[in-house]
Design a binder for this molecule. Structure first.
Ligand SMILES: *[C@@H]1O[C@H](CO)[C@@H](O)[C@H](O)[C@H]1NC(C)=O
Ligand SMILES: *[C@@H]1O[C@H](CO)[C@@H](O)[C@H](O)[C@H]1NC(C)=O
Length: 338
């Protein structure tokens, strides 16, 4: 009797599932990253004097304790369970950042002569209407060294997520977006400088902001008080070591894509894609004044502090954007020249 009830319920469930309009996606989309994405991925020059190199998110979390209001909410965290934490959680360094331990500077993440870093990058693909495929290339560093204004250091934080994005229309690259500080810049694909046919980008020392041209880039403050430095330093080819994912904008869920390469490919199999849904911060909350040598000084309209809060991750970078810009509004202009 009970068996028959279960059977009936199961039959009803199967009927319900097969009746839904869209295909049932239990594990999510898994096809490999298309070759055209990797062939048109940016090649990035890190700064020749960089001191805070790319890091592996899986290593980063081993040095973190999840905290809310500077109090631990769990003893530890892994990529397998980080998404169980709320959006108010700051992954917080177990070490005093002023000691600058090896995992923060991560010299081992400096790319080798081939452009390969031991730190896997993260590629996230998002399909949109009109034959659009947005390929996000996420760069992660365990530390952001902000910059100096009149020789005073500002804007350091633990954890640093930056990205570039190439928009494809029916497989053809049309535009590139480069994240920098609270905004970024967009260019037509043809406007970009190329290395072996791939767009060339320049990553600023310490802040890791992304630019289309080498040299000095001033931002946020008047009178060129705060400037990023870029040059044709070590080349980072993220396609030589990365984790790869699809993001379904309708359900806001990630799935592991096939075709990842290097250490990232090995690691992502066991980790899954859930960690990308963590909506909290990947580094320490802004310290109160005096703690860890914190100071804040009024600059422009705001208080600038030595240490700011750690950043949110890929889920918060507007993956479902319609324009190519992260700030998806009518201020998004796509430059046709550098
Ligand atoms: C995640 O898993 C690790 C290892 O099992 C455990 O120590 C930690 O407390 C867990 N953290 C959360 C937030 O569930
Ligand atoms: C992605 O989803 C968000 C939230 O539902 C929506 O506002 C946005 O328009 C979607 N993007 C695209 C390109 O469909």
């Amino acid at each position: 009797m009970a068996g028959r009830v279960v059977h009936a319920a199961l039959a009803a469930l199967i009927l319900a599932l097969s009746a839904t309009a869209s295909p049932v996606r239990l594990a999510g989309r898994a096809e490999p990253i298309p070759a055209f994405v990797l062939q048109n991925a940016p090649l990035s020059h890190l700064w020749s004097q960089e001191q805070w190199w790319p890091s592996d998110v899986a290593v980063h979390v081993t040095h973190m304790v999840p905290e809310v209001d500077f109090k631990p909410v769990a003893p530890a965290v892994t990529l397998g369970n980080v998404s169980s934490l709320g959006s108010d959680v700051f992954l917080t360094s177990k070490d005093d950042v002023n000691t600058q331990p090896a995992w923060i500077t991560n010299a081992a993440g400096q790319p080798d002569a081939s452009g390969k870093s031991t730190a896997p990058g993260t590629i996230v693909l998002v399909e949109k209407d009109g034959g659009v495929l947005d390929a996000f290339f996420f760069y992660f560093y365990s530390f952001d060294h902000g910059g100096t204004v009149l020789d005073i250091e500002f804007g350091d934080h633990v954890g640093d997520w930056e990205h570039s994005m190439v928009r494809f229309v029916n497989g053809t690259p049309t535009a590139v977006y480069l994240s920098a500080h609270s905004g970024g810049s967009a260019f037509t694909f043809s406007a970009m400088q190329k290395t072996n046919g791939r767009p060339t980008t320049y990553i600023a020392g310490g802040t890791h902001a992304n630019y289309a041209t080498p040299g000095k880039h001033c931002h946020d403050l008047p009178l060129d008080l705060l400037c990023d430095q870029t040059d044709a330093g070590p080349l980072w080819d993220l396609t030589l070591n990365f984790r790869g994912f699809w993001f379904d904008n309708a359900t806001q869920t990630f799935s592991v894509a096939g075709g990842a390469v290097g250490l990232g490919a090995q690691e992502e199999a066991a980790e899954g894609a859930g960690w990308l849904s963590f909506a909290g911060m990947w580094g320490d909350e802004q310290y109160p004044v005096l703690e860890h040598g914190q100071y804040c000084i009024p600059l422009g309209d705001t208080d600038e502090c030595r240490f700011s809060s750690g950043p949110t991750g890929p889920i918060a970078k507007n993956l479902g954007r319609t324009t190519v810009c992260q700030h998806d509004d009518d201020t998004c202009t796509v430059a046709t020249s550098l």
